[in-house]
Design a binder for this molecule. Structure first.
Ligand code: HEM
Length: 221
């Protein structure tokens, strides 16, 4: 990294740009992952064949995993670094929080982000590694059965539903802010920015929640 690049990252804007670009990559993954997972409604053969297809291309699979890992790391590090900068600029918290000007989603970005991170760790241990965190053993390659078995337990389904709601709030404010950072910011278009943020977060939240809800209600078994 050159001295010039380093000094750009050290600015607030530099950190926000890193957050925005890594955010775009992560939203792209979450959208693609959701579209893939929704094939569960087409039956076990379709979903298991899709997973087998992805695993049959190790270069693509590991390439994606590395990009995701770097993006999560960059996203977390720039968020933490921005938080530290803000704290240094205002060492004493406001005596009274003025929260009318900001949305609930904006105020919960940090804790929401931590909950999403904890969800990802649990989710990887549960469905990718197959560690004994969900009270049953997954069978590699039997993705449909693994997901339905997991969500048949209301505690696991409930945890996934809560995590998806946190992710939805995080994505709503995240999409809104990243468009601002990347220059899509003009009074004339702000309503469009809000609609896009709302559309993306609702699509992902409803799409993901539909899976545990369908298992809990017996639509998927
Ligand atoms: C209800 C929602 C979700 C379901 C049903 C689901 C399902 C799955 C399944 C079955 C796998 C293992 C696939 C395989 O081994 O072939 C997986 C992997 C994964 N999921 Fe999810 N997922 C959901 C939501 C999410 C969300 C919201 C995120 C990120 C925020 C996420 C991130 C990942 C990652 C990073 C992997 C590992 C992919 C790899 O093998 O490299 N998932 N998911």
């Amino acid at each position: 990294m050159s001295a010039q690049q380093l000094s750009f990252y050290q600015t607030t804007l530099g950190k926000k740009v890193v957050m925005a670009i890594s955010g775009v990559i992560l939203i792209g993954f979450v959208l693609g992952h959701m579209a893939g997972n929704l094939q569960i409604f087409l039956g076990p053969e379709k979903l298991d064949a899709y997973a087998e297809f992805l695993h049959s291309m190790p270069a693509l699979l590991w390439g994606t995993r590395i990009v995701l890992l770097v993006s999560v790391f960059a996203h977390f590090l720039s968020a933490f670094s921005l938080w530290k900068l803000n704290k240094a600029a205002r060492p004493q918290a406001y005596a009274k929080q003025v929260s009318q000007a900001t949305t609930y989603a904006a105020r919960t970005m940090r804790w929401g982000g931590v909950i999403v991170l904890l969800f990802i760790v649990y989710h990887l241990l549960h469905l990718t590694v197959g560690a004994p965190v969900a009270g049953y053993e997954i069978v590699h390659g039997k993705v449909y059965d693994n997901v339905v078995n997991g969500f048949s337990n209301p505690a696991i389904a409930g945890f996934y539903i809560i995590a998806q709601a946190c992710l939805g709030l995080h994505l709503y404010h995240g999409t809104w802010s990243l468009m601002q950072t990347l220059g899509f910011n003009h009074d004339k278009y702000n309503h469009l920015r809000r609609n896009i943020a709302c559309g993306v977060s609702l699509l992902i939240t409803i799409g993901n929640i539909s899976i545990p809800v369908s298992v809990l209600t017996g639509c998927l078994s």
